[in-house]
Design a protein around this ligand. Structure first.
Ligand SMILES: NC(=O)c1ccc[n+]([C@@H]2O[C@H](COP(=O)([O-])OP(=O)(O)OC[C@H]3O[C@@H](n4cnc5c(N)ncnc54)[C@H](O)[C@@H]3O)[C@@H](O)[C@H]2O)c1
Ligand SMILES: CC(C)[C@H](C(=O)O)[C@@H](O)C(=O)O
Ligand SMILES: [Mg+2]
Length: 359
């Protein structure tokens, strides 16, 4: 007997619309193959929601989110806002609000390199081979949520970087638990040589580390971590870091996996799980049918695994992605140009190949 689950799909803006339909199709195919009953609802967020309601996260979407068992999200953002920083209502506010409202404080970003993409990166294969990192990015604190100010004459501005002890404790415990199931190494990344919020971060992680003596703990400054990640990615197992540093380091780490279009993520915390590619709405390729749908498809795999505990189903999805890459199918962003046996596809053709390989 299969499971019955309600999934809310929020495609968002730009390529979010294009790739999320493939994450959803994969979930539908899994439900059919494994005799589960997934019912889907759809919500709006971001620029499309501002256009429709004036609000980047309408109450209706939030209500639907609270009533679902898991959420599959695409991306938000529109060039209009990026080009006009004075606009007060912005798509990104919707994403930040839903993360806060649903208590999604831990953002897991696995950096998994598929064998066939070893040549897709600009990093040398011998440096990449064997790299396997799991980022724990804190998601509901830091400069993102600290007080924002603009002086009356509007010539100075500030965003408060603030962390509370409990916020560091809860994500640190999650990261240590994960490290225990992996290679038992945790690297905490901060800027404790300069920032007081980072000194608190390090102090708290040092305390929590005592609960996990079987895990080897390392503390690294963000500037060094950004360099080590590219120099020797294999030295990292679990990386624990704050909201802003985690945002930046994981875009950098996408080059280990070959492309932004390959990186999925899971945001978890108080209750419900929220699954999304780490990439944005990609104005440069939006509407052209070129976006890589694999990050959305791999986000669906994380959803099956983490929110529903359906590990075999999740593995089936990952295997279908692997087979598709082995067959030589590539979207533009992961084309290697190293072999003649490569077939460059658009979003829909690539999604369809994965779907074929699922069945
Ligand atoms: N989680 C989110 O919704 C999220 C994340 C990042 C950025 N954004 C928003 O997205 C907009 C664009 O931001 P950006 O350009 O800095 O970052 P982006 O992640 O959208 O794109 C960065 C680069 O990666 C490429 N790329 C991203 N996803 C891809 C995919 N699936 N396939 C192929 N190539 C892909 C893009 O073409 C672009 O060159 C902004 O408005 C930003 O605020 C949203
Ligand atoms: C769009 C933005 C708010 C978001 C973030 O900074 O968290 C994005 O870059 C991400 O990585 O999900
Ligand atoms: Mg980001």
């Amino acid at each position: 007997m299969g499971v019955e689950k309600k999934i809310l799909v929020i495609p968002g803006d730009g390529i979010g619309q294009e790739v999320t339909s493939w994450g959803k199709k994969v979930l539908e195919a899994i439900a059919e193959n494994f005799k589960h009953k997934f019912t889907f609802d759809e919500g709006i967020m971001g620029h499309v929601a501002i256009e429709a309601t004036g609000d980047p996260l309408p109450d209706e979407t939030l209500e639907k989110a609270r009533k679902s068992d898991a959420i599959l999200f695409g991306a938000i953002g529109h060039a209009k806002y990026d080009n006009d920083p004075t606009l007060k209502v912005r798509p990104e506010q919707g994403l930040l609000k839903i993360r806060k409202e649903l208590g999604l404080y831990a953002n897991l970003r696995p950096i998994k390199l598929f064998d066939d993409l070893l040549q897709a990166s600009s990093i040398k294969p011998e440096i990449l081979q064997g790299a396997d990192i799991l980022f724990f990015r804190e998601l509901t604190g830091d400069v993102y949520f600290g007080e924002k100010k603009r002086s009356e004459d509007r010539t100075s501005a500030s965003d408060l970087m603030i962390y509370h002890k409990y916020e560091v404790e809860r994500i640190a415990r999650k990261a240590y638990e994960a490290a225990r199931t992996r290679r038992k190494k945790l690297c905490s990344v901060d800027k404790a040589n300069v920032l007081e919020a980072s000194r608190l971060w390090r102090e708290v992680v040092q305390e929590i580390a005592k609960e996990y003596p079987d895990v080897e703990t390392e503390h690294m400054f963000i500037d060094n971590a950004a360099m080590q990640l590219i120099k020797d990615p294999k030295r990292f197992d679990v990386v624990l870091t704050g909201n802003l540093f985690g945002d930046i380091l994981t875009d950098e780490a996408s080059q280990i996996a070959g492309s932004m279009g390959m990186l999925a993520s899971a945001s978890v915390g108080d209750a419900i799980g929220f699954y999304e590619p780490i990439h944005g709405s990609a104005h440069d390729i939006a509407g052209k049918g070129l976006a890589n749908p694999l990050a959305s498809i791999l986000s669906a795999a994380l959803l099956l695994d983490i929110s529903f505990g359906l590990k075999d189903e999740a593995q089936r999805v990952i295997k279908a992605v692997d087979v598709t890459l082995r067959q030589g199918y590539r979207t533009m962003d992961i084309a290697t140009k190293h072999t003649a046996n490569e077939f460059i596809l658009g979003t829909d053709a690539m999604g369809a190949k994965v779907l074929d390989n699922l069945n």
